[in-house]
Design a protein around this ligand. Structure first.
Ligand code: DAT
Ligand code: MG
Length: 169
């Protein structure tokens, strides 16, 4: 009930989720799906202690991808990026937890896998920037926009995490 109220409040006032209720948008790109990395990547977020609140397999439309990557529309690699991202299904997810946006980006590694440290997802599982297996929101504001672009409110689940007292003190 409290979760539902918070959800409606955040939706109506776009105030954002804060603290342990912070949310981020994570997507396993078509190469990550083809290379059977879905379980491994989800496992990392689960093991870390974050809570899964949204999950679906999506064949992204051109319209959705253009909106998602609107800030990159003038980049020389934009067309290649659109083609890559629409080449197969994407696993779209919303994860929740304390500092999940910033920590999620750390778990991903750098945009270019060559600059990503071993131990990060991009550092461990990919080689080229044009096939970097995963997307993660870069700020709380981007996360809000991306979550509302990819998910409807009814697709996001509020559920009680029985292990939360072992994750947060
Ligand atoms: P990130 O995905 O780390 O947030 P971004 O938002 O700058 O990075 O770029 C979005 C995606 O665009 C990135 O994951 C892969 C692609 N991309 C970025 N820079 C690129 C480049 N120089 N050449 C090819 N693709 C690139
Ligand atoms: Mg980005």
């Amino acid at each position: 009930m409290i979760c539902l109220f918070l959800s409606m409040f955040a939706y109506l006032f776009q105030s954002g989720w804060t603290g342990v209720n912070e949310r981020t948008f994570i997507a396993i790109k078509p190469d990550g799906v083809q290379r059977k990395l879905v379980g491994e990547i989800m496992h990392r977020f689960e093991k870390k202690g974050f809570k899964l609140v949204g999950l679906k397999l999506v064949q992204a439309s051109e319209d959705l991808l253009k909106k998602h990557y609107w800030d990159l529309r003038s980049k020389p690699f934009f067309r290649a990026l659109m083609s890559y991202m629409s080449s197969g299904p994407v696993v779209a997810m919303v994860w929740e937890g304390l500092d999940v946006v910033k920590t999620g980006r750390k778990m991903l590694g750098e945009t270019n896998p060559a600059d990503s440290l071993p131990g990060t997802i991009r550092g461990d599982y990919c080689v080229e920037v044009g096939r970097n297996v995963i997307h993660g929101s870069d700020s709380v504001e981007s996360a809000q926009k991306e979550i509302s672009l990819w998910f409807s409110q009814s697709e996001l689940q509020c559920w009680e995490d029985s292990s939360r007292h072992w994750i947060y003190n």
